[in-house]
Design a protein around this ligand. Sequence first.
Ligand SMILES: Nc1ncnc2c1ncn2[C@@H]1O[C@H](COP(=O)(O)OP(=O)(O)OP(=O)(O)O)[C@@H](O)[C@H]1O
Length: 253
Amino acid sequence: MRIDAEGLSFSWGSTRILKDISLRAEDGCFVGLIGPNGSGKSTFLKCIYRVLQPKMGCIRLDGEPLSHMSHKEAAKRLGVVAQHNAYDFDFLVKDMVLMGRAPHKRAMDRDTAEDYAIMREALRQVGMEALENRPFSSLSGGEQQRVILARALAQRTEALILDEPTNHLDIKYQLQLLNIVKSMHKTVLSAFHDLNLAAMYSDVIYVVKDGQIYSRGTPREVLTERMIEEVYGVRAKIRTDEDGQLLIIYQAK
Ligand SMILES: Nc1ncnc2c1ncn2[C@@H]1O[C@H](COP(=O)(O)OP(=O)(O)OP(=O)(O)O)[C@@H](O)[C@H]1O
């Protein structure tokens, strides 16, 4: 599924946060979104997953305006793994993941054997199958993040929006989460702070600075010493290892 954002603008009061941002994620493409703290990455992703309403602009899924779709219809097509997972009620892990099935059901439908099978498969994919009966609140931050990914996987959407999905995860699970997502060949739009991870997993990277797109292209085109200096104010060296992987090495001064 292709995701297009065209001319998105968003303000908090009189402060303009997003200034005419356009982005395209082609079908099956992993798009990384990078930029400094406060540059507008989360705000942009929230406009896509409809927590925020852009002041101007249009979001289309395969050409169809998102604003014409019901929330349920959109949730069948877009799954979300966001940064903060605060819930007013405590749920069991299995119930959290079963919530991912909701867009595929009517209001009072019971969970079917197929829903349970999909829930267990999703928990297995993130290595959490042994914890299905634990209260979500009793999990560590990283375990919670993996359950949220399992819920998005159980939703069986064509596209995933990831807002700093590896925030609480140790390096093994950062790589595991991104490997799982990458192996599914879904359309992915993911914010990253770690530029080396962005380079490893993204087909295309958009750089956001002050609510605007500063540059876009392949990791090799975008992740330059000049960009890192101009956008982050940090000196870095870009190297390529023997496997052709880009390496960003930061300079202390
Ligand atoms: N409710 C709000 N009211 C006013 N300003 C807000 C509100 N929420 C966010 N902002 C501001 O919007 C700007 C963009 O925030 P956003 O969370 O989109 O940035 P980000 O690029 O995702 O940052 P980070 O990398 O730190 O997560 C920031 O300056 C932030 O302070």
